[in-house]
Ligand binder design. Structure first.
Ligand code: IMP
Length: 185
């Protein structure tokens, strides 16, 4: 059986989410708008907003994956909330190249929010191609591919309860290689 390297187990995830929720609750007034990037941020967003102690509304965006080399990102689905004058937090599963976050920060900044910041569960700075200012980070990791808790490989593993580093060669040979370890423990 292939075993991924667990970076955040359920207990550690709870602690990270609680810390981020406390930071956000202290930083913002009532009524923050949490905009999550589909689909990877969904488990994180759901746990984060429930741990926050201020009122939050949620919204979602869906983006086209960029073509490597072009750096182009575009909306498949935009947020429907009017962000003008609002306190806006973008919620990401992982900031990797930074292209997604940089695109969203640029787009939303043009809508005149009162404040705009980025909260990510995972920060992997090793492959950054555009600088991004991250307001709140759950965990910074080395250059390793991660799955679980929203993060996928070809759509798999999003509902695994932990975040784990996986071997891309192993996944390429067998996309289900970690199913037994992550779901049948
Ligand atoms: P970006 O490269 O910072 O624009 O990140 C783009 C998106 O790629 C992220 O929001 C994730 O959905 C996905 N992604 C990047 N790295 C990983 C990974 O290690 N595992 C799963 N998805 C990833």
């Amino acid at each position: 059986m292939e075993h991924p390297d667990v970076l955040l187990d359920e207990v550690e995830l709870r602690a990270v989410v609680d810390r981020l929720a406390a930071e956000l609750s202290a930083e913002y007034d009532d009524g923050v708008v949490m905009v999550a990037v589909l689909r990877g941020s969904v488990p994180f967003l759901a746990d984060l907003v429930r741990a926050m102690t201020i009122r939050a509304t949620v919204d979602f965006v869906s983006l086209s994956p960029y073509t490597p080399g072009t750096g182009r990102v575009r909306f498949v689905m935009d947020a429907s909330t009017n962000l003008e004058g609002r306190q806006v937090v973008i919620v990401e599963d992982i900031v990797d190249t930074g292209l997604t976050s940089a695109f969203l920060l640029g787009e939303f900044a043009r809508r005149s929010p009162a404040t705009l910041s980025l909260c990510t569960l995972i920060d992997r700075p090793a492959r950054r191609v555009v600088p991004v200012e991250i307001g709140h980070t759950g965990l910074q990791i080395e250059d390793r591919f991660v799955i679980g808790y929203g993060l996928d490989f070809e759509g798999r593993y999003r509902n695994a309860k932990c975040v784990a580093a996986a071997d891309l060669d192993v996944l390429s040979a067998d996309p289900d290689a970690y199913v037994e370890a992550l779901y049948c423990a």
